[in-house]
Ligand binder design. Sequence first.
Ligand code: FAD
Length: 207
Amino acid sequence: MNIETDVLVVGGGVAGCATAYYLAREGVEVVLIDRGDVNAGASGANAGSIHSQMYYHNFNTRSAEWIDAFAPVLPLLKLSSEVWQELAAELDRDIELVIAGGLMVAETADQLRLLERKVAFENGHGIASTILSASELATLAPYISDRMVGAEFCPYEGKVNPLLATVAIAAAAKRLGARILPLTDLEAWAPAKQGFEAHTNRGRIHS
Ligand SMILES: Cc1cc2nc3c(=O)[nH]c(=O)nc-3n(C[C@H](O)[C@H](O)[C@H](O)COP(=O)(O)OP(=O)(O)OC[C@H]3O[C@@H](n4cnc5c(N)ncnc54)[C@H](O)[C@@H]3O)c2cc1C
């Protein structure tokens, strides 16, 4: 193998396949390699949850400085939910995306107070999360234990099927001209006079 390309993407998980897809959509010549196969790593073996709120654990245990430093991520989480929805409409197959909102429940009054503070923080950074009372929670999600005293509801959250999503994105990238090479392991790379020289188990790729 001796390949010249504009861009080499290493790794056929959701990050690499999406990078290849968006580059190919812009007309960039792109080669994606994976030492195994597309979607054989974490991207094909996760819970498929699309999160747009801050983790309770982080809000509860991190320092005020850490939480402030995290704040710019919140609008990106909302944006990522929108990107998933655009993607689901663009791809030629169903990736079982459902954005129906996500809950974080409180078992105690203390936890609910913390969620109220979390919601206020998120609202200040572009996330329209709200607090549900116990009865509102029971109406929205009757399967949840009636021991819960309330919950946070974040409207942008949802699920995608991890067995389908990355594979569909890779197929779309391919249709747009991206070359996808499985069983191609990046063993070394170095800056070249122009661009980069990548050495794989199957030969050289210059990008
Ligand atoms: C149990 C679990 C549950 C999770 N749940 C969620 C969730 O609900 N929601 C969420 O958003 N995230 C979740 N995640 C995290 C999410 O799965 C990862 O953040 C995401 O899949 C990372 O994608 P990636 O493309 O960076 O990596 P990967 O999907 O791991 O892909 C990396 C690819 O790179 C290839 N590679 C590595 N080195 C080389 C090399 N030298 N040459 C060629 N190829 C190489 C690998 O073979 C692999 O295919 C979860 C993760 C786990 C493990």
